[in-house]
Each structure stands twice: as structure tokens, then as C-alpha cells.
Design a protein around this ligand. Structure first.
Ligand SMILES: [Zn+2]
Ligand SMILES: [Zn+2]
Length: 137
């Protein structure tokens, strides 16, 4: 997990953006969880007495982390995972176990780039596959 935070610091420095303490804390919580993390779980784990950690700020931190490619949203679960390969250029390709909600990310091609409509600028792509993981089969 320290690797993910180190990578994040480096990536943000490269891109000229700041990994604020709150953004770092949110990433740390997402990366430290085995299962995908819901936004309200994050909210309950972040010290709410900190005026900087009100829900809108936490959601903005998540948006930032997603745009930076550090975190992906698992759309079907409405939950978040830390990207094991921060800053990769590919679309996220997620395998979601319907039994235990375990999510594995693999390196994908670049779906959405090849057949996209003329002039469409893809901001983010998430491909989700559903089934059973090896432990649940
Ligand atoms: Zn990823
Ligand atoms: Zn499973």
C-alpha cells in the first residue's frame, strides 16, 4: 500500500497537481480496503470534525483521484477501488465477483478508442465483467 501512495505522490507531481492530505487519506482508505469501498464508508472513516472533510469535499477528492487514474469506480457496486497501476493509459477492465464482490483489475486494451464516434473525447472508460471468482466457484 505505501507503494500506491508513493506512486500517487509521484504521479501528481508529474502532472503538476497536488495530493492534498484529504486526497491522500481517501486514497489510503480505498487502497487499504480489500473490498471495493462505498463513499459513505469513506465518510464514516474520515474524521468529520475536520472541516475539510465534509461530504462534498470527500466526493471532490474521489473525483480528483478518478481523474488522476488513481481510483476507479465500480459502477455496478457504486464503490471504489484503488488502481494497482496508477496512471496507466488503458481503460479499466474490471472483473467483479457477484458472490463476494471481490474486484480484480487487469490491463486491458483501449476499448472505446477504436470505434468511437468522430471527435468524441473519451474521458474515462470502465469495462465490467461479472461472474464468480476462483474462490467462489
Ligand atoms: Zn486502473
Ligand atoms: Zn468471489
Amino acid at each position: 500500500m505505501p507503494d500506491i501512495l508513493d506512486d500517487a505522490e509521484r504521479l501528481c507531481a508529474q502532472n503538476g497537481v497536488r495530493l492534498t492530505p484529504l486526497r491522500r487519506r481517501v486514497l489510503e482508505l480505498v487502497a487499504g480496503s480489500k473490498a471495493p469501498v462505498k463513499a459513505y464508508d469513506l465518510l464514516s472513516r474520515i474524521d468529520q470534525s475536520n472541516a475539510n472533510a465534509k461530504p462534498p469535499t470527500v466526493y471532490r477528492a474521489l473525483d480528483f483521484l478518478m481523474e488522476a487514474g488513481l481510483v476507479h469506480r465500480v459502477e455496478a457496486l457504486n464503490a471504489f477501488i484503488a488502481c494497482p497501476q496508477a496512471g496507466h493509459g488503458h481503460a479499466a477492465m474490471l472483473y467483479v465477483c457477484e458472490d463476494c464482490a471481490n474486484v480484480t483489475e487487469v490491463q486491458g486494451a483501449r476499448p472505446g478508442q477504436d470505434n468511437k464516434p468522430d471527435g468524441f473525447a473519451v474521458k474515462r472508460s470502465v469495462i465490467e465483467h461479472y461472474g464468480k471468482c476462483i474462490d467462489c466457484r
